[in-house]
Design a protein around this ligand. Structure first.
Ligand SMILES: Nc1ncnc2c1ncn2[C@@H]1O[C@H](COP(=O)(O)OP(=O)(O)OP(=O)(O)O)[C@@H](O)[C@H]1O
Length: 772
């Protein structure tokens, strides 16, 4: 929902669930929008009659006992959709410490169901990006932390991050009233999973402290910003829109006495309270329409939020409260802030820009067209002696000769002036290419193909490069059953490939030209197969060409998609090499730890047996002494002493070994966990790579089914991987997850975070000289 210009900031209350909810003091009215608060007059302030004071706050909604999903639906969705349309948006949580701000914004990172507004927003952004194929989106993320008045880049630890320049980080004003943070890294993201990775990475870097009201209290303000740029693919327009979606988790205000803070935590609390009180002042000024100066620059927080609080922004505030009687003063103060925020006006407008390069290109095209039109007018006005009548035989012959020379390569450009009978020419060119192709290859029009035969279903909609070189390209490139490998193509012919499809737009994978309505081609030149089946009825594969290094064009037998087992080997060697390497390393560590565990178990068992036998021997000796009345009752003889000492020594050994055994067991299960995660990851990436590269549409599958016994997709991956029990379990878990595909990115990103932590952990152990 996008706010109308002049409407106020939306404010909703969310209360943290508690068994001690102060029903007599806090009342949610049935309209779902009003909260009444009653407070006993404080006897310490001289009033002793125990009277109640009451306040009523009417806001935009009360979120009491509601799921994370509903919170996202009522708070975040509208702002996110607005951002995709080009409106700036801000979702911000405010409230006392421990009231549930982080839970609302980020949620529980270990549970998909309890994920908060930020992961849901990222999911929605990429879901929409995928669906709105008529627009090309570019999405970047930045993650800023403000800790004790210092700006911190939470994503500075990400690989390849440029790092902060010499001037350090600073909030800077931009032309047009916006602000940005100099030195804050901006990360391009192409998928939900990549975005979640960054979120989890940043969350791990946040500064968290513990105090009496919250064991995991965020000691800083955090702003995750999603920068979105969108350009229409259908309109060759120089216009594009941008937006910033700010997701803000403020540190909690706290009464120092209550949190029992001291030392560093006290210092942090003072900074937090100070910046929040400046935020209140800024909000007060914004809410007062007569004020023309807003004190944004008083703290880093207000300065960084300058363009996110009302104004050209779709802003929603969640006021988090903790409804226990002991927190009533903080609840009141949060509600007062919320109702002030509600008076702040918004004026959101779409951030539209014009791309100067495209604009120039567009104008050049227009000039070209105008020139051509002029030429027609000149001709019509008999100013140039040109004719646009039906072409004479000589003219047609001239054109045909140019086309022939062009195809042979002896002419670089065909110059027919303006679009003379271009349809005829196209058909002639097409026929020409077709004829030449037919000399070398069997070309079967799609309609004429018989079931079971997938060879060469070419309807000549595929051409490569400029027409003059296309024959060469066709003969040397990897055009195969499943697609074209752009990598091989560009390597072999040493030129930029251009694909031309009949009935679809011209598509140059390296340019920003608008693309056709079909699936966009990939420009990643590392054995990337471009699926063509969505675009035209050409089905080839170059898979076996890679394997046999054949250089000539060859059509493969009909049922030759790569078996999964083979493809998996290739995948492990190339695209999946990194994760495979980590998997192998983790397996080595796991094996070592398991071996050590076996040794220790044997040691512990032996020690136990020895303890038992020594203890029995000792008892027997004592019994014997007693029965024979040997020696003084409280004195040990030499044999008994030696047995007792041995027993003590064995018990000490046993305890030590048992401790080590326990530690090693924990390590084994941790390593096992890592191995499982890597394996899942490897399988998952392989599956999507395989599907992307080789998956074939229904109609072709039907044709293949009538062929031989091996079919793509029918070789279970676990066979290819010689699945053991653990793997089988993991696969089943994964299949279950597949029922809720939207959770996969979340868990993948989470796994990756765990993996990073574990790698750091392993490195630390190695530093300590441990053989892990
Ligand atoms: N709606 C809720 N449902 C379940 N648990 C919640 C909810 N709100 C908060 N909690 C729990 O309350 C605790 C405190 O919440 P959280 O850390 O989000 O508070 P906070 O306002 O961010 O605190 P601080 O400002 O100190 O960081 C957490 O353990 C969180 O899981």
């Amino acid at each position: 929902m996008i706010a109308h210009p002049g409407s106020e900031v939306r404010v909703l209350i969310r209360s943290r669930p508690t068994a001690n909810f102060a029903q007599e003091l806090i009342e949610y009215l049935p309209d779902g929008q009003t909260v009444s608060v009653h407070q006993r007059k404080d006897s310490r302030k001289g009033v002793v009659n125990n009277q109640l004071s009451s306040w009523s706050f009417r806001l935009d909604g009360v979120l009491h006992d509601v799921s994370q999903e509903e919170v996202y639906g009522r708070v975040g969705r509208g702002v996110v959709l607005g951002a995709l349309e080009g409106y700036n948006g801000t979702v911000m949580c405010f409230g006392q410490t421990g009231a549930g701000k982080t839970y609302t914004m980020t949620g529980a990172t270990e549970s998909y169901k309890q994920r908060g507004i930020i992961p849901r927003a990222l999911q929605e952004v990429f879901r929409e990006v995928e669906q709105r194929s008529d627009h090309a989106f570019s999405v970047h993320l930045s993650f800023l932390e403000i800790y004790n008045e210092t700006l911190v880049d939470l994503l500075a630890s990400v690989r390849g991050c440029p790092g902060v320049g010499p001037g350090g980080m600073a909030v800077v004003e931009e032309a047009g009233g916006g602000v940005s943070v100099r030195g804050l890294s901006l990360h391009p993201v192409h998928s939900e999973e990549a975005a979640l990775n960054l979120l989890f990475e940043g969350e791990m870097n946040r500064i968290i402290g513990a105090h009496a009201l919250n064991k995991h209290s965020s000691r800083s303000h955090c702003i995750l910003t999603v920068h979105i740029e969108s350009r229409s693919r259908t309109l060759s327009d120089a216009k594009y829109v941008t937006s910033k979606l700010n997701l803000v988790d403020l540190a909690g205000s706290e009464r120092l006495g209550k949190t029992g803070s001291g030392g560093q935590v006290l210092k942090e609390a003072m900074y937090i309270n100070k910046s929040l009180s400046f935020l209140e002042q800024a909000i007060l000024a914004l809410a007062d329409r007569r004020r023309d100066h807003i004190p944004f620059r008083q703290t880093k927080l207000t300065h960084a939020l300058k363009d996110s609080l009302g104004g050209n922004c779709n802003t929603v505030l969640v006021a988090n409260i903790y409804g226990e009687a002991s927190q009533i003063e903080e609840t009141l103060s949060t509600l007062r802030f919320a109702s002030r925020m509600k008076c702040v006006q918004m004026d959101p407008v779409v951030n539209e820009h014009t791309d100067p390069v495209l604009q120039v290109r567009k104008l050049e095209k227009e000039i070209q067209l105008l020139k051509q039109e002029l030429s027609i007018h000149n001709t019509l006005a008999n100013r140039m002696g040109m004719s646009y009548d039906t072409l004479s035989e000589t003219q047609v012959a001239e054109i045909q000769s140019q086309v022939r020379m062009y195809l042979e390569g002896s002419l670089d450009e065909i110059n027919f002036g303006i679009c003379v009978k271009c349809c005829v020419l196209n058909r002639q060119q097409e026929q020409k290419v077709k004829d030449q192709l037919c000399q070398n290859y069997t070309l079967v029009e799609k309609a004429q193909s018989t079931a079971g035969s997938t060879a060469a279903k070419v309807s000549l909609c595929l051409m490569l490069g400029p027409v003059a070189t296309k024959m060469v390209l066709l003969q040397t490139s990897c055009i195969c059953q499943w697609g074209i490998c752009l990598y091989c193509l560009s390597r072999r012919v040493n030129c930029k490939p251009v694909l031309i499809f009949r009935n679809v737009d011209l598509h140059d994978p390296q340019s920003q030209e608008p693309q056709g309505p079909q699936e966009p081609l990939r420009t990643e030149y590392t054995h990337t197969y471009v699926p063509l089946y969505n675009i035209c009825p050409v089905y080839y594969t170059c898979y076996s060409m890679h394997r046999s290094n054949m250089s000539d064009l060859m059509f493969l037998p009909s049922s030759s998609p790569p078996p999964k087992a083979e493809a998996f080997e290739d995948f492990k060697a190339e695209r999946g090499s990194e994760i495979n390497r980590i998997l192998k390393e983790n397996k080595v560590v796991l094996l070592e730890r398991r071996a050590r565990l076996r040794e220790l178990t044997e040691g512990v068992n032996t020690a136990k047996r020895e303890i038992d036998s020594t203890s029995t021997a000792l008892h027997q000796w004592r019994d014997k002494r007693q029965s024979q009345g040997m020696g003084a009752k409280n004195l040990l003889d030499e044999a008994e002493l030696s047995l007792a000492l041995r027993l003590r020594e064995l018990k000490t050994q046993y305890r030590q070994q048992y401790e080590e055994l326990r530690g090693t067991k924990a390590e084994v299960s941790y390593c096992q966990h890592l191995v499982d995660q890597c394996r899942t990851r490897l399988l998952n990436e392989f599956e999507s790579w395989y599907n992307e590269s080789f998956l074939i549409p229904e109609e072709v599958q039907a044709m293949l089914r009538s062929g031989g016994p091996i079919r793509p997709g029918l070789v279970p991956v676990y066979k290819a991987l010689e699945e053991d029990e653990q793997e089988h379990f993991e696969r089943l878990r994964y299949e279950l997850l597949a029922d809720s595909p939207s959770a996969i990115s979340f868990y993948n990103a989470q796994n990756r975070t765990v993996q990073r932590v574990s790698l750091a952990h392993t490195n630390t152990l190695s530093l300590w000289g441990m053989n892990v």
